[in-house]
Ligand binder design. Structure first.
Ligand code: DAH
Length: 341
């Protein structure tokens, strides 16, 4: 075979081999095989010495052309492979933005929290402050200072969990009244929401842990009319403008006079139905004019100042608000229940 034929064959062989390679490493191997110092092209060129003076430049030119052609083919194949790889990568990484995402589960406020926020908004609007007190409380604040000394019969209805003789889980948020009046001088206008505890068995309307919202207003010339007006406004905001309440005489050791406040049944509007046990009204909260003894005990002169207080059961107004029939539902944390609000 003449050198010219050999050169032409190398070019054909190199191009064929190139079309079969699949990656950069194989291309490099190929380059070494054909163009390297010990490669096939070099091997042929070494035979140039045996050529005639006329043939040498012709073959030399051809050899250069073959080298250039193979180099060009290598470069082209290299860039072909590179863009193919790039295309493949892009395809694999494609993000379908029209696919539905995984929605994170968004929480909601508990119905008790919702109602509390609503009540707090209403009182903030009337210029009240929100104050919190401890749940583990001294006997003094829970009972003693509220005119319920040890062995007072009114304690019977509020049996609780005792840490020791003088420390207990508070049975009522009324304890916060005393704490506030001890520290602050009138005018006082606060509500105090929080957990309270009683050793009650669990049923549809009782739980050993529940929530109250205490209210306290102390100033010069505060009367029962202010109490009624405040509570009426609260209930109208909560249950609608046609809501009516009534005050019934009652007894609490820390108020004089005392009253229980009932809401006209939202189910029968006073006519009597199973929900209100035919009463036409639903008992809502306790209230009254703060007892002079309680004021005095906190260093507030009952001859100068007067005030009213009330304690609302948060569960009761929440159940009314959302027509929940069983209090236990509020504590079970069953998502099927909670998702409804
Ligand atoms: N502490 C009472 C209870 O738990 C509710 C109450 C009645 C609170 C009269 C008051 C009040 O502040 O003046 O049943």
């Amino acid at each position: 075979m003449s050198m010219k034929e050999q050169l032409e064959q190398i070019e054909v062989a190199a191009k064929q081999a190139l079309s079969a390679v699949a990656d950069g490493k194989a291309i490099e191997e190929l380059r070494i095989r054909f163009l390297g110092k010990k490669g096939e092209l070099t091997a042929i060129l070494k035979q140039m010495g045996g050529l005639s003076a006329e043939e040498r430049p012709v073959i030399g030119q051809l050899a250069n052309k073959v080298r250039a052609d193979i180099e060009a083919a290598i470069a082209e194949r290299g860039s072909q492979l590179k863009s193919a790889a790039e295309e493949k990568r892009v395809k694999e990484e494609t993000l379908d933005v029209t696919m539905p995402g995984k929605a994170p589960r968004v929480g909601k406020l508990h119905p008790l929290s919702k109602t509390l926020e609503e009540v707090e908004e209403i009182f903030l609007g009337m210029g009240f402050e929100i104050v919190e007190g401890p749940e583990v409380e001294k006997d003094y604040y829970c009972f003693e200072a509220l005119n319920m000394p040890k062995h007072h019969p009114a304690r019977d209805t509020q049996d609780t969990f005792y840490i020791n003789d003088n420390v207990l889980l508070r049975t009522q948020t009324s304890s916060v009244q005393v704490r506030v009046m001890e520290k602050h001088r009138p005018p006082i206008r606060i509500i105090s929401p929080g957990r309270v505890y009683r050793s009650d068995a669990v049923d549809a309307t009782h739980s050993p842990l529940f929530h109250q919202i205490e209210g306290l207003v102390i100033d010069k010339g505060v009367t029962m009319a202010d109490l009624k007006g405040t509570l009426e406004l609260l209930m109208k905001r909560l249950y609608g403008e046609d809501t009516q309440i009534r005050l019934r005489p009652h007894h609490f050791p820390y108020t004089e006079p005392s009253a229980e406040v009932d809401l006209m049944c939202y189910n029968c509007h006073g006519a009597g139905c199973p929900l209100c046990k035919n009463e036409g009204y639903i008992e809502l909260l306790g209230a009254g004019m703060v007892h002079p003894k309680v004021l005095e005990g906190c260093g507030i002169d009952p001859e100068v100042y007067s005030g009213f207080a009330f304690g609302i059961g948060l569960e009761r107004i929440t159940m009314g608000n959302f027509e929940i029939k069983d209090m236990r539902l509020l504590y079970e944390n069953d998502m099927r229940f909670l998702e409804q609000f």
